[in-house]
Design a binder for this molecule. Structure first.
Ligand code: NAG
Ligand code: NAG
Ligand code: NAG
Ligand code: NAG
Ligand code: NAG
Length: 592
């Protein structure tokens, strides 16, 4: 947050963001603070907070994030009745979050994320609600150790709340129905131990843009009422235990960009009703690691903005739809991610705390989104660069038939994984057109024919695997293929030949298997032996021809040694003269 975004009272405004040291020395002026290795001594800063901070009653904003503060959150913060924004994130505070904090009428931004807190006391007494956090917009308690279940009325007790971040805690129990009726923009309950079914009572509030329930123990089916959320941009339900079929009738998800249902137990077909009318904005469809069956519906080709299509690790059958090349979002030039408008949190931060929320649903922020994809053989979590990832993963299914030639139209693809299927036929000849490919895995299929000549021109390709097929002919030796030295990427293609495989190719004709290459090696051995023999013979005759004659013929021997002596004398004389000259020259230089 920048200062110019907030309207501060002129009385006291302490901004600690960059100048925590300055705050301590100038405004409070304690002398006992020790600075050790550039960090504030933990106890010292704590002492400050405990004893004196409560006196700064006019403080409107306090940021002491990223320190090494520990202990409980000081009760003295109660007194700061004008505090609007409090950031204690990235410390080691533990214990409960004081109840009193919630009574601050002016508090609109509370970030206590990344601490060791183990509880929050929401003011809920039976069904009677006291209204704390009256004006709270933003609550980030993620990355703590908060346990217990969510308050039943969580959707109501913070009437102004926009963003609720409770991810990476130890929350258990089920998701309260009241969440469906909340006015939230963001609901992040990811990485907890929540169980039970996701309530199916969602109503369009035209502001909810992000739901992240990933990595919990949620069961039941995909709630069909999610389909009514017209403002939803991101839906992460991955890594749960959802069962049943994918909903066929989703009518209102016109803005949805990410649908991540990976790592669940969903079954049945991919609905053919999922067309461009259902998901006109969908960029990422991740159904990886489920139990989906049936064939890939050709309607999927209508999803023009799709950048990531991950259907791997399912039980899909049938062939790859020929229309796959129509996925324009995976085509170079047309593959830039659509980013809607401004950042949501800027909007929220700007709003003065007393104004009730009436802004339209804030559009999404790609850089906060996060999806895990496997590329180059590694599982990678794409966060900051998610909008740059273009990937198709159909691996580990039961797909049959040919690889459609049209797949080579997808020139924007960075990763293509077709491995572990039953695909047959040849690798498309024009595969060299897929200029953006960095990772290509076609292993474990029944592909035949030769490696296309265009393939070495995939100059971005860093990871290739063609093993376990029936490819034949020579492995290209030019361009990008010079960088592939690992024989495992070609293994189990008995008719493939050339480096780095042990079987050589015959020029003119194609090598057929190992026995012939064995013959090649034997020929080589004989050649080598002959070569060394000839050298040895030459050496012997040469040397002994010379020494032998000297030994046998007395005259020649004398003549030879005389000549050697002469040469030695001449070299000695030349050397002495040269040395004398150099000496003279040096003397002259010395004189001048
Ligand atoms: C919430 O806190 C976590 C942990 O400090 C941080 O990584 C995340 O960016 C915060 N969320 C938002 C939306 O600011
Ligand atoms: C959703 O939650 C997971 C698990 O906590 C987290 O890694 C991811 O960053 C979250 N995604 C978004 C888009 O916030
Ligand atoms: C392709 O997918 C398979 C199975 O899902 C996986 O084992 C392999 O690592 C992936 N290949 C690459 C290059 O990421
Ligand atoms: C593998 O390829 C070879 C030669 O290209 C062919 O003769 C053979 O029938 C193929 N095997 C299978 C199982 O397709
Ligand atoms: C290629 O795939 C095979 C079979 O899945 C695997 O054994 C081998 O390690 C892979 N090679 C590389 C370089 O990933």
């Amino acid at each position: 947050m920048e200062d110019n975004e907030l309207d501060f009272s002129p009385l006291v405004c302490v901004h600690l963001l960059a100048a925590k040291f300055a705050f301590i020395f100038l405004h409070v002026g304690f002398a006992f603070i020790a600075v050790l290795d550039g960090y504030l001594s933990t106890n010292a800063l704590e002492g400050v907070l405990l004893s004196n901070i409560g006196q700064l009653v006019n403080l409107t904003r306090l940021d002491i994030s990223s320190n090494k503060l520990h202990g409980s959150i000081p009760q003295s913060l109660w007194n700061l009745v004008n505090l609007g924004s409090l950031d204690l994130s990235n410390n080691s505070f533990n214990g409960l979050i004081p109840e009193s904090l919630g009574q601050h009428v002016n508090m609109y931004h509370l970030d206590i994320s990344s601490n060791k807190l183990d509880g929050i006391k929401f003011m809920e007494k039976g069904s009677r609600l006291i209204m704390p956090y009256l004006n709270l917009w933003y609550l980030n308690l993620s990355h703590n150790q908060i346990s217990g279940s969510l308050p039943k009325y969580i959707g109501h007790i913070m009437p102004s709340l926009g963003d609720l971040y409770l991810g990476n805690n130890l929350l258990n129990g089920s998701i309260p129905i009241s969440l469906c009726q909340s006015k939230f923009f963001t609901i992040d309950l990811s990485n907890n131990n929540l169980s039970g079914e996701i309530p199916n009572c969602w109503e369009d509030n035209q502001r909810l843009y992000e739901i992240n329930l990933s990595s919990n123990k949620l069961e039941g089916t995909f709630p069909s009422s999610f389909g009514s959320l017209s403002s939803l941009l991101w839906l992460h339900l991955n890594n749960n235990s959802l069962k049943g079929e994918l909903p066929g009738s989703l009518t209102n998800l016109k803005q949805l960009m990410i649908l991540d249902l990976g790592d669940n137990q969903l079954s049945g077909n991919i609905p053919s009703s999922w067309t461009t009318y259902t998901f006109p904005s969908l960029h990422i469809l991740r159904l990886r690691k489920n139990m989906l069956s049936g064939s890939i519906p050709s309607q999927i080709c209508q999803l023009k903005l799709l950048k990531v299509l991950d259907l791997s690790l399912n039980k899909l059958e049938g062939s790859i739809p020929w229309c796959i090349g129509n996925l324009q979002g995976m085509t170079l030039g047309k593959s830039s991610y659509k980013v809607n408008g401004k950042q949501p949190h800027k909007l929220i931060a700007k709003a003065p705390s007393s104004v009730s929320i009436n802004v339209p649903a804030p559009p999404g922020l790609w850089s906060n989104q996060d999806v895990t994809e496997v590329m180059k053989g590694m599982e990678l979590e794409y966060t900051k660069i998610l909008e740059l990832v273009v990937n198709m993963d159909l691996s580990h299914n039961n797909l049959v038939g040919f690889i459609p030639n049209e797949i080579t139209w997808l020139t924007g693809l960075h990763g293509l994984n077709l491995s572990k299927n039953q695909l047959k036929g040849e690798i498309p000849q024009m595969i060299g057109d897929m200029k953006s490919l960095e990772s290509l895995d076609m292993s474990h299929n029944h592909l035949s024919g030769t490696i296309p000549n265009s393939m070495p021109y995939l100059t971005s390709l860093g990871h290739l695997n063609l093993s376990h097929n029936n490819l034949s002919g020579p492995i290209p030796k030019d361009n990008q293929f010079l960088t592939f030295n690992d024989p495992s990427i070609y293994a189990y293609n008995p008719y493939l030949c050339g480096s780095p495989l042990p079987n050589m190719c015959h020029t003119g004709e194609i090598s057929h298997g190992t026995p012939e290459s064995k013959g090649d090696e034997d020929d080589n051995e004989v050649e080598k032996v002959l070569f060394y023999f000839v050298i040895a013979v030459g050496f012997a005759t040469g040397l002994w021809g010379f020494i032998g004659t000297l030994w046998l013929k007395k005259n020649w021997r004398h003549a030879y040694f005389r000549w050697v002596e002469d040469v030695a004398d001449k070299i000695y004389v030349a050397f002495v003269i040269k040395v004398a000259k150099i000496k003279k020259k040096m003397m002259r230089n010395h004189v001048h």
